[in-house]
Design a protein around this ligand. Structure first.
Ligand SMILES: [Zn+2]
Ligand SMILES: [Zn+2]
Length: 167
């Protein structure tokens, strides 16, 4: 019997899916965003929107709203840049895979850090990101959202041996 083969994702789909996965760690209920910085098909850093280390999360104590925006979290793009900085990683010439178009501040930070391409599947409100990216020569690719499923079919992998807990 021929096995049903799941479609192999393109590189862009793969990294966008990683951004979606990173967004699962987000802590602000108003928006869950993930960002993955990639160079030569190599993941340099990931980020999601969340509170500062050691500080309470929006989903525990509520959002901190200023001018109709929650300002409690650092955004996914900033946290990816911070992760790279903390580990001494140069992000020049990278592609930023982000679930949503950046806010204006994050767009400016990514541009200043030297990224060359942005890939997103969703837009964001009140942002001048497209203007800043375009004026700075950053290529923007808006793709459709990848499938929300992870295709891992343990039962069908004949070389895999189940651990006692796997189903
Ligand atoms: Zn919040
Ligand atoms: Zn932002």
């Amino acid at each position: 019997m021929a096995k049903k083969k799941s479609k192999r994702p393109s590189w862009d789909e793969y990294f966008l899916k990683l951004a979606m996965l990173a967004s699962e760690r987000a802590t602000c209920p108003r928006m869950h965003v993930g960002c993955v910085l990639v160079k030569d098909k190599f993941v340099l850093a990931t980020g999601y929107n969340g509170s500062l280390p050691g500080q309470p999360h929006c989903d525990e104590v509520g959002c901190l709203i200023v001018d109709n925006h929650c300002v409690r979290t650092n955004h996914a793009e900033i946290n990816a840049l911070v992760q790279a900085t903390t580990h001494g990683i140069n992000v020049r010439e990278t592609t930023a895979y982000i679930t949503n178009m950046s806010c204006t501040s994050c767009a400016k930070a990514l541009i200043a850090a030297g990224i060359k391409r942005v890939v997103v599947f969703s837009d964001y409100h009140d942002t001048l990101a497209t203007k800043f990216y375009t004026e700075s020569g950053v290529k923007i690719d808006k793709l459709s959202m990848p499938a929300k499923t992870i295709n891992y079919d343990l039962k069908s992998y004949t070389s895999a041996k189940k651990t006692r807990k796997s189903k």
